[in-house]
Write a protein that binds this ligand. Structure first.
Ligand SMILES: [Zn+2]
Length: 264
């Protein structure tokens, strides 16, 4: 959490301003992204994870890479990461990873930690979303990145799934109105991330209709339309979505079948 910088730096980062190039021990080019690292990292494992993620985003949301370049830059330590980014991307000081879009190039910067895989999946989700749509409601951008940062088999037993079940048992459901008032990622706290993730989980998994509803909203934006606020859009789904959401969160299920056509 609190690790990304979606879109805020578009066009304002001068690559020339970065510190001197470190000595890259890994330099790889894959189909969707290139990888640089200043330490020995299992590039093939990263490629496998991100390739599976890319396939899932395509199957579930209809989002496919545009072919625009994505580069991933990994650092062995936070110290190296900050030495490279610190003065150019000030918010990197508060985050384990950032993504920066400049023109058609998306760069993901991240340093080694136990959460490296999740961080890369999170930032890659942002990167592919931002290739696909010009903008996105902040809560949806973060909610989808939080959702897809976990590999599919980990989602049902993740701590946040358990936490949401407990809260739903005493009447909780995500507060969409509050989420829609959030302006920048820096304003989001852990509750906002949890609720964003929860809403996306509900939309992606409750039913074929709920997932299609989210996909259709993304399609509207992708095609250049100005969509209504999502809360307004939801009213067209009927009056009972909040009841359905509360029911879903009491026993959240995660569709293991990725494709929309396979959903119940
Ligand atoms: Zn994020």
């Amino acid at each position: 959490m609190f690790r990304c910088l979606p879109g805020l730096l578009i066009g304002i980062v001068s690559m020339q301003a970065f510190a001197a190039e470190p000595k890259w021990l890994v330099q790889e080019q894959f189909e969707t992204f290139s990888l640089l690292a200043d330490f020995r990292v299992d590039a093939q494992e990263i490629q496998t994870q991100l390739s599976e993620l890319t396939s899932e985003l395509s199957d579930v949301l209809g989002i496919r890479p545009t072919g625009e370049p994505i580069q991933i830059v990994l650092f062995e330590s936070r110290k190296n990461y900050l030495a490279y980014l610190g003065s150019t991307v000030p918010t990197s000081r508060d985050r384990r990873a950032v993504f920066v879009r400049k023109g058609s190039l998306t760069s993901i910067y991240c340093y080694r930690s136990d959460a490296l895989t999740a961080d890369l999946r999170h930032e890659m989700t942002h990167a592919l979303l931002h290739q696909h749509v010009q903008f996105l409601p902040l809560w949806m951008d973060e909610g989808l990145a939080e959702y897809f940062e976990e590999a599919p088999l980990r989602r049902p037993s993740s701590p946040r799934t358990k936490s949401v079940r407990w809260k739903a048992a005493v009447g909780w459901s995500p507060d969409l109105d509050r989420l829609e008032r959030l302006a920048v990622a820096g304003d989001m706290d852990s509750t906002d991330y949890r609720d964003s993730w929860s809403l996306c989980s509900f939309l992606l998994n409750e039913s074929k209709e709920s997932r299609a509803f989210l996909c259709d909203y993304l399609k509207l934006i992708h095609e250049g339309n100005a969509p209504p606020r999502f809360s307004e859009y939801l009213t067209t789904a009927g009056p009972d979505w909040q009841v359905r959401a509360k029911t879903y969160f009491r026993k959240p299920m995660f569709q293991t079948a990725a494709k929309r056509s396979d959903l119940k």
